[in-house]
Design a protein around this ligand. Structure first.
Ligand SMILES: NC(=O)c1ccc[n+]([C@@H]2O[C@H](COP(=O)([O-])OP(=O)(O)OC[C@H]3O[C@@H](n4cnc5c(N)ncnc54)[C@H](OP(=O)(O)O)[C@@H]3O)[C@@H](O)[C@H]2O)c1
Length: 513
């Protein structure tokens, strides 16, 4: 009994959020994402008592894998990748409900076998079990999987009840506007929009959700959240890693597709959207779509508002690293950008005239994702003139999304002493320091939200389309000009000179997070 109290999911319903009996079916279950993120996420939900009593995990893939081997692999994945170590009691209850079905992604008969397997699970349980399909394969098989979920009747299971079948779709959601529209058409031929959960794992991060709380649960920020008080906004998603062994994939993708179109645009939408009427999925996503649609088309071309670049050889953590064009699997004349920066204008009452600067890159000086809100400078009349005594900074509110999640505010203060001298100081809040460092990972939150049918932190079809509509003309232009205009930056730096010039032309400069 003591164990049941430690892990309430073992004997009762999901502890806090009422997840119904569920079977999670992971397509691509032999893959990297499943081992590194999905299985550890499910395990940690179990450990926190957030899984329903009747919870089942089914892996699906082309290679035949016996149930026992899948369980062994899953336990190994938890040991290696989970934020908490493998608890024998929790695993002893999850393991018997873990199984594997093998078959092709375009093989209707295999999906019929999957349907029969799910029916068996329900028979054993003696009650309806909601299916949650998680598509964790490369995107070339998204469509066949979706179509077979339709053809086998699985997509329509329990439609009309709250426990209807749900589908989670991994990124990338298309590679341009046309492919995103085509994918949405396929999805809508099989599923209703409210069954669909397009994932962007950035939205599962604490600080990203905290952005909504900071904006709408504190009365001090929202009155200032507009063109009258905000001078500019900077959104940075910087990685230290290069392309590593994923050169083949990256050559087809590039920074705009891999980072800007999805994560960075989502951060922008949450920062800039109007207050929603309610904190529910549709109200929030309506506002995100509205603001994405209000972004002005980019000025493209040599004097445009966008910079792209590739990393050149440089030093990372004191070690030399090769440039992008020397990496394995990269064409020597590659025109794929590893860095992109842009200036966006939002054409609405709140934001007109406020530049939104976005940048993302590989092999940058530090791994950091942040949103920085730069307020207008105070009128300099009182503390001006003798600049050596008065070091005045614009107030900046920054949300650090990773690593070391938190937020900070730069304020000007008086340096203690008989003279009046000022200096900017930083007031910081760090999640780890206040709440402990072992917080749930983004995928835990997102898997649970999909199970309980909360789409707030997922991307709606029209959001994906609005974002692609903005990025696709730029991709088309870059394809048409090849390497022309491609800038470069040393690995380990903060990006190319052109990116600094983009901001300097408006009297701004990038923050060094
Ligand atoms: N890995 C990450 O950290 C990460 C992060 C964010 C998003 N994602 C996205 O999540 C999805 C899965 O990522 P992943 O890294 O797990 O992918 P992966 O390891 O390359 O592939 C997952 C599984 O899909 C099947 N598969 C692989 N290539 C295939 C092909 N050409 N045709 C049909 N099936 C194929 C394989 O399973 P079988 O051979 O057993 O069928 C493989 O184990 C991708 O869409 C990726 O973009 C991944």
């Amino acid at each position: 009994m003591a164990q049941a109290q430690r892990h309430p999911f073992l004997d009762g319903l999901s502890k806090y959020r009422g997840a119904p009996p569920t079977v999670v079916v992971i397509f691509g279950a032999s893959g990297d994402l499943c081992a590194r993120k999905l299985i550890p996420a499910i395990y940690n939900l179990g450990m926190d008592g957030l899984l329903p009593a009747d919870f089942f995990l089914v892996g699906y893939g082309r290679k035949p894998i016996p149930d026992e081997e899948f369980r062994t692999d899953a336990a190994a994945a938890i040991k290696e990748f989970s934020r908490r170590s493998l608890d024998a009691d929790v695993w002893a209850r999850l393991a018997p409900n873990t199984s594997y079905v093998s078959g092709g992604y375009d093989d209707k008969a295999a999906f019929d076998r999957l349907a029969a397997h799910l029916a068996e699970i329900e028979q054993r349980t003696g009650r309806p079990v909601q299916p949650l399909f998680y598509i964790s394969t490369p995107p070339n098989v998204f469509a066949p999987i979706l179509l077979n979920l339709g053809a086998s009747g699985l997509a329509a299971k329990y439609l009309g009840t709250p426990h209807h079948a749900k589908v989670v779709i991994e990124k990338p959601f298309g590679k341009d506007l046309d492919s995103a529209l085509a994918l949405n058409t396929t999805i809508r031929s099989v599923f209703k929009e409210h069954q669909v959960y397009r994932i962007d794992h950035y939205l599962g991060k604490e600080t990203v959700q905290d952005l909504l709380v900071q904006r709408f649960a504190n009365s001090i920020f929202e009155p200032l959240w507009n063109r009258n008080f905000i001078d500019s906004v900077q959104i940075t998603v910087a990685e230290e890693v290069g392309v590593g062994t994923r050169g083949g994939y990256y050559e087809q993708s590039g920074c705009l597709r891999d980072m800007i179109q999805n994560h960075t645009m989502q951060l922008l939408a949450l920062t800039a959207m109007e207050p929603p009427g309610a904190l529910d999925a549709e109200a929030i996503r309506d506002e995100k779509v509205k603001v994405l649609k209000a972004i002005q088309p980019l000025t493209i071309g040599p004097a445009g508002e966008v910079v792209r670049a590739q990393y050149a050889a440089g030093m990372m953590a004191g070690k030399p690293v090769p440039g992008y064009l020397e990496e394995e699997g990269i064409a020597r004349q590659s025109a794929t950008e590893t860095y992109a920066a842009m200036r966006l204008s939002i054409n609405n009452w709140r934001w007109q005239g406020v530049p939104f600067y976005l940048r993302s890159g590989k092999r940058m000086a530090r791994r950091v994702s942040e949103i920085a809100i730069n307020f207008r400078r105070p009128p300099g009349t009182l503390f001006a003139g003798e600049t050596a005594r008065f070091d005045l900074a614009a107030n900046t509110l920054s949300f650090q999304i990773q690593p070391d999640e938190g937020l900070s505010l730069i304020l000007n203060t008086k340096i203690p002493g008989l003279e009046t001298r000022t200096q900017p100081v930083k007031m910081s809040f760090r999640y780890a320091a206040t709440f402990g460092s072992n917080t749930a990972e983004a995928y835990e939150r997102l898997v649970l939200d999909a199970m309980i049918g909360d789409g707030t932190l997922f991307i709606r079809g029209d959001e994906a389309e609005a974002s692609w509509k903005l990025c696709t003309p730029l991709l088309d232009y870059w394809r048409s000009v090849g390497r022309q205009g491609m800038d470069s930056y040393a690995a380990g730096s903060w990006g190319p000179p052109g990116s600094d010039a983009l901001l300097a032309s408006r009297g701004h400069h990038w923050r060094q997070p």
